[in-house]
Design a protein around this ligand. Structure first.
Ligand code: UD1
Ligand code: MG
Length: 439
């Protein structure tokens, strides 16, 4: 069992935003939510988030009932922050405590499992990294290969600043020892803060062993302090998602040009062209082709369907087998059965569509009267001519044809041609008006 403390009280001044830093999104969800998801994967007894800047807005936005929230006000340093969490952690049985950061969102659970394993029940374990440019970080001071303390950049002398092994900040400490050390921390240092890092020297003084582990990739422990760093980690995260999709057999036209902001589930032989955005939970079944520039949210795309280019599938779209949704077609809260096609310029909303329906260019389901939404039912084998409006609630019977330009306000009977446009007339001898000559 494990306690997890996530530090998220800092201000994030360099984001230059009214939104608290830890709520800025990576892949569409707050960076703090990524850390929470990772913490939940570790077999955790209790998770406590230390919050401060942004106040109650942070717990409200996260809406995580399994999490304890500890307010840190004012923010007197990382050691002071962890101290605020202690009363919220489960003390019986005594469990190691893992410290994570709300602004370090890409840490891998596998890396943490390794750190937790090397901590065991009675060691202090630090996640460290070797950097070419260690500037700004706390340095790991070793004597005869053994860690003896951490020194912050601002408190370090020249020899210590030359050390390239840095403190990522992530650590695991035995629960009882942590509770003993934290109240003893002082703040006589360059920043006048209670440093969590000072527990290392305390542990060494007690004869406790200090273990270290490293992440597989250094970006795992990168923090976000600015919009530039936010964008950088977003790209790394998206690249990781793209690589995982390709591992599963998805073909991506360009792994640098896909954005997944949620869960994308793919069958066999799925192809995704450039610049597509997936939001919420999207399922692409076997043989689906997504052409360039599509936005797809909370939708199911049936086997061998073809979407786009430039299509938008909104929440509640469920497409069966071999459905074609072409350019500038929007589908929302609709089910479309097998082999139906809407290939150009259409809006299909709140619709139940049968099989083998052909939706002509410019077709619009008028589902909204300004107050309420209504459904459109289009049965099997219907042919809808171009530039047709279906004013819901309305049903088009099986095999019906709607003439181009029809505004359908009543149900269309099966198998017949229904057309509502005015009869075409031609006027013989008609002359165009001409400009009057000036006198
Ligand atoms: C800290 C470490 C440093 C390490 C670095 C890695 C200490 C003393 N130093 O330094 O060794 O190399 O992280 O990035 O721990 N926070 C609170 N409450 C506070 C202070 C901080 O919640 O009172 C949170 C911040 O929101 C932030 C994190 O703790 O997410 C780290 O704080 P920060 O002041 O940025 O630490 P560093 O000075 O970078
Ligand atoms: Mg600081």
């Amino acid at each position: 069992m494990l306690n997890v403390v996530i530090l998220a009280a800092g201000k994030g001044t360099r984001m230059r935003s009214n939104l608290p830093k830890v709520l800025h999104p990576i892949a569409g969800t707050p960076m703090l939510a990524h850390v929470l998801d990772t913490a939940r994967k570790l077999g955790t007894a209790k998770i406590c988030v230390v919050y401060g800047h942004g106040g109650e807005f942070v717990p409200q936005k996260l809406a995580a009932p399994d999490v304890a929230w500890a307010l840190q006000e004012p923010q007197l340093g990382t050691g002071h922050a962890v101290l605020q969490a202690l009363p919220h952690l489960s003390a019986v049985p005594p469990a190691p405590t893992l410290v994570l950061y709300g602004d370090v969102p890409l840490i891998r659970p596998e890396t943490l499992q390794r750190l937790i394993a090397c901590a065991g029940q009675n060691r202090l374990a630090l996640l460290t990294a070797h950097l070419d440019d260690p500037k700004g970080y706390g340095r790991i001071v070793r004597v005869d290969g053994k860690v003896v303390r951490i020194v912050e950049e601002k408190d370090a002398d020249d020899a210590e600043r030359a050390i390239r092994e840095i403190n990522t900040g992530i650590l695991v400490a035995p629960g009882a020892a942590l509770a003993r050390w934290l109240p003893q921390l002082g703040n006589r240092n360059a920043q006048g803060e209670y440093y969590l890092t000072d527990i290392v020297a305390m542990a060494v003084a007690e004869g406790m062993e200090i273990a270290t582990a490293q992440p597989d990739d250094n970006w795992e422990t990168d923090g976000i302090n600015s919009k530039n760093q936010l964008a950088r980690l977003e790209r790394i995260h998206q690249r990781n998602i793209a690589e995982a999709l390709m591992e599963q057999g998805v073909t991506l036209a360009d792994p640098e040009r896909i954005d997944v902001r949620g869960e994308l589930i793919c069958g066999k032989d799925v192809f995704i062209d450039v610049n597509c955005v997936f939001e919420g939970r999207v399922e692409l079944q076997d043989g689906v082709r997504i052409n360039a520039h599509c936005v797809i949210q909370d939708a199911v795309v049936g086997p061998h369907s073809i979407i786009g280019p430039f299509a938008r599938l909104r929440p509640g779209t469920v497409l069966a087998e071999d459905v074609h949704i072409g350019n500038f077609v929007e589908v929302k809260n609709s089910t479309i059965a097998a082999h139906s096609k809407a290939n150009h310029l259409a809006y299909v909303g709140d619709t139940t569509m049968g099989s083998r329906v052909n939706v002509g260019a410019g077709t619009i389901t008028c589902n909204y009267d300004g107050a309420n939404k209504f459904r459109t039912v289009i049965e099997d084998d219907v042919f809808i001519g171009s530039d047709t409006q279906l004013v819901a609630p309305v049903t088009v019977g099986k095999g019906a044809t709607l003439g181009a330009g029809t505004t359908l306000t009543r149900d269309a009977p099966p198998e017949q041609l229904t057309v509502s446009r005015a009869k075409q007339v031609s006027i013989p001898g008609w002359k165009r008006p001409v400009k009057k000559k000036k006198e």
